[in-house]
Design a protein around this ligand. Structure first.
Ligand code: ZN
Ligand code: ZN
Length: 526
């Protein structure tokens, strides 16, 4: 029967085509990692080099599995530590370091600022939620003794990309695996999906490029101070995500943890070998990162590489290696090593290894606000008494004269419902100014949002300041204010300033918080 014959022929042709496509796909899979003998590397150096995954989410935030499963995946991938960075406002006391499945789990936090995410390592519980302007979060992390890194600095989503490149950050993610796939075509991603089923780690790495924009930012930061670069897995795992009770479970379609941990890692050169005591070992690793004694490796190319550092803080190759090109990037005074190989994926190709400059770091100088002479400036010309503005259920009382105000506030407890309490006074708009200066203190550590409200639309510009029980002098340039409604650019027009506000709201406080703060010697400078 000719019909069935041609049908059979069609079937055979299709089968042959499918087979051909399949063999093509298999033949063009991303290569397996190269293995290189490390036998000739100094055993003492190897014992002081520990490999781990940085930037990992568990089911505590938007990851798919709990910490124990994440640690087990890291163990299968051959990692020795995992730095867990669940989303949060830093008020949760971090879990103490612990070995799970032989992997040291170090708890950290990824903080959402108004303009991008900031990961804080080595941070104790914060006394109030860390959030709001990036400058405020960077300053708070530093004051609390933490080590902060800009997460996915050049994320294609504007609300997740970093904008505040003048802030004194401690580190930056030079690569983020959860960003790298986002500039690939759908067809390419379909291909990666196939590769992923066969060779997970190399498939994930096949979308990596050398992120040139991020390197420009990193170099810019390092022209001023040493800034540590880490490669971020930003792993969320695959599978359903147990959200909070009552919330519908979401599903993470991303790569599994183990695949993420096989694609890239960070190697920390620690002072002495790990002891097995979790707190002590976490200290060694965090100190190594703080000092820049860390380099990133694309394990999917090859995980077999060891670097040694010389007394000037430069890393050099201590193992036999792939045919590599050695390049130097960074600033002249703080050069960093890059190892490139022809096997690297990407356009431009992702470096196989990125070193940090790990020379002597001076004790960091506290941020200076350029406080002008406290006798300078002139009184604000207020055209009203101080009064309280607040949401319907919170309460507050303001008392003060021209030069200052004391605000007692009690944010309503319970649900978040835009609680706020503010001390407000109106200004004479004919008086122009460039800076607002005052002295202030509060009962306990807190952030107060200083705001200027403008004519004619009552738009507000904000800048928060840290206060505690010791009086401090504050001087804020109008350039430092940001629009309350978002957006990063511009400077408020002081000639339209209608009111000045000192506000406590849910950016840096919680429902139920209560306290008092006092502002005195309020002045303007031109
Ligand atoms: Zn993030
Ligand atoms: Zn993240």
């Amino acid at each position: 029967m000719p019909a069935s014959k041609s049908l059979r022929r069609l079937g055979l042709t299709t089968a042959a085509l499918v087979a051909a496509v399949f063999f093509f796909l298999v033949a063009t899979l991303p290569p397996n990692p190269v293995s290189i003998s490390l036998d000739n590397v100094d055993p003492a150096l190897r014992a002081r080099t520990v490999s781990g995954a940085y930037h990992v989410h568990t089911s505590r935030s938007d990851g798919a599995a709990d910490k124990a499963s994440v640690a087990a995946a890291a163990a299968r991938a051959g990692q020795q530590f995992v730095i867990v960075t669940d989303h949060g406002d830093a008020t949760r006391t971090p879990d103490p370091p612990a070995y799970l499945s032989g992997v040291l789990c170090i708890d950290a936090v990824e903080i959402s600022t108004a303009h991008g995410h900031y990961v804080a390592l080595d941070l104790p519980a914060a006394p109030y939620p860390l959030a709001g302007e990036p400058a405020a979060v960077v300053e708070d992390v530093k004051r609390l003794g933490g080590f902060g890194l800009v997460a996915h600095p050049d994320h294609p989503k504007p609300e997740l990309s970093w904008t505040e490149w003048d802030e004194p950050v401690d580190g930056i993610e030079w690569l983020n695996a959860d960003v790298e796939w986002r500039n690939e075509s759908r067809l390419r991603l379909l291909r990666v999906l196939f590769d992923y089923l066969v060779r997970p780690g190399p498939a994930l790495a096949s979308v990596f490029d050398r992120p040139e924009r991020t390197f420009v930012h990193w170099d810019g930061l390092e022209a001023v101070r040493p800034v540590v670069g880490l490669a971020a897995a930003d792993a969320h795992g695959a599978g359903s995500n147990q959200r909070e009770e009552g919330e519908a479970p979401s599903f993470n379609a991303g790569p599994g943890y183990e695949a993420s941990f096989r694609s890239l890692s960070n190697r920390v050169l620690i002072e002495r070998p790990l002891s097995g005591e979790p707190r002590e070992d976490a200290r060694l690793i965090l100190d190594g990162i703080r000092q820049g004694r860390v380099y990133s490796v694309i394990d999917a190319i090859s995980k077999d590489v060891v670097l040694a550092r010389d007394e000037t803080g430069r890393f050099g190759l201590a193992s036999a290696a792939l045919a590599v090109q050695i390049a130097t990037s960074g600033s002249l005074s703080r050069p960093r090593l890059e190892l490139h190989t022809a096997r690297a994926p990407g356009d431009p190709p992702v470096p196989w290894v990125i070193g940090n400059w790990s020379g002597n770091r001076q004790a960091s100088t506290p941020p200076s606000n350029g406080i002008p002479n406290m006798t300078s400036g002139e009184r604000f010309k207020l055209t009203s008494e101080w009064r309280v503005e607040k949401d319907p259920v919170s309460s507050g009382s303001a008392s003060g004269a021209e030069a200052g105000v004391t605000l007692g506030y009690q944010l309503a407890a319970g649900r978040r419902a835009s609680q706020f309490v503010a001390a407000v006074a109106d200004l004479d708009p004919s008086v122009s100014f460039n800076m607002i200066a005052f002295r202030a203190r509060s009962e306990r550590p807190m952030r107060v949002s200083v705001q200027v409200r403008l004519l004619p639309d009552d738009s507000r510009w904000v800048r928060s300041v840290y206060l505690d029980s010791s009086a401090r002098d504050v001087a804020l340039s109008l350039r430092d204010f940001r629009p309350a409604e978002g957006g990063a650019g511009g400077v408020p027009d002081a000639s339209r300033a209608r009111s000045i506000l000192f506000v406590v709201d849910l950016v840096n406080a919680r429902p139920g918080d209560a306290g008092t703060f006092a502002v005195e010697n309020l002045r303007i400078l031109r």
